[in-house]
Design a binder for this molecule. Sequence first.
Ligand code: SF4
Length: 371
Amino acid sequence: MAGIYIHIPFCKKRCVYCDFFSSTHSQMKDSYVEAVCKELEIRRDYLQNETIETIYFGGGTPSQLNPGDFEKIFQALSPFALHPSPEITLEANPDDLTSAYVDSIRPLPFNRVSVGIQSFNDKELKFLNRRHNAETAIQAVKRLQEKGFANISIDLMYGLPGQNETGWRKTIRRAKALSVQHISAYHLTYEENAPLYNRLQKGLIRPVEEEMSVRLFEILMDEMAEAGFEHYEISNFAQAGYRSKHNASYWNGTHYLGIGASAHSYDGQSRQWNVASIPKYIESQTPDSFEIIDEKTAYNDFILTRLRTAEGIDLEELTSLFGEEKKAYCFRHAHKYVENQYLEQQGKRLSLTRKGIFVSDGIMSDLFFSI
Ligand code: SF4
């Protein structure tokens, strides 16, 4: 079981908070698509014939490609050992999802669309420098549904400067009213390479207080639970049967092949990175750096990724992968959190409690192996 991630690094305009690798210069789009197809051919054996259960087109803005581009990429994917019904996700910008565009992608194999909405408040969208407004986003989701897409995810963002409980509740309720199957919600972060970071440094914006962040996250959890969504990972909520299989593969150690500029791959023993430059990637599609994953890194990754999920750490799996000594180490460091109900142990599983979610970073780093 494995996944393929395809990075499409083109955006029409840059959002102020974003530090993902992408460019607003689309002149090289055609050559880039050719390079993606070539890399799929060159690295066909990377997953050693494992069955591909998920394919994810992320970005950047994959919906900047046209149907002909996707057809070429799907053609290049066809020699892989694909599952009979793989999950195939397209990340899309609401602005791109015009009626004509949705019609044009409908015959393609996509069966999941992840729409980057972030907010249903026009002022917030303007602040984030998003291309769309709230109404465009609503119409985009409705259009996808009318045209038969039955697995839709939307991304939301909270913790924006000046955001209050009422405004955030309104955004969540507008999201819920759209009857989508999946919602991801991330707190705004100030990444060093993003324009927003400069504004923060210059004192031009005031981040939300810690207390408000906690309150906004509580509202999110309550509203999602009320609407029947499972809170299956810290930032992800799904209706029953609609968890993102692709995202889950990053949390459960599944191998994946990352195609495109800046994409990462993981084969269980090492991680590879492709060059984060469109011209250099077009020139040579092979990864330009890699790291061997030693046991300490593997153990820490295991703690980090598993603890983020509702299922938490499977202690039997931990023992079988890392031995009794590491399990004892994990237990020793988890003890105080279990005593104080930040972690709970149910049978062979150790997971975050609701109050533990708010201090999850600290818990994880305490459980990490640092020697
Ligand atoms: S958030 Fe998405 S659309 Fe905005 S600049 Fe980053 S990659 Fe592009």
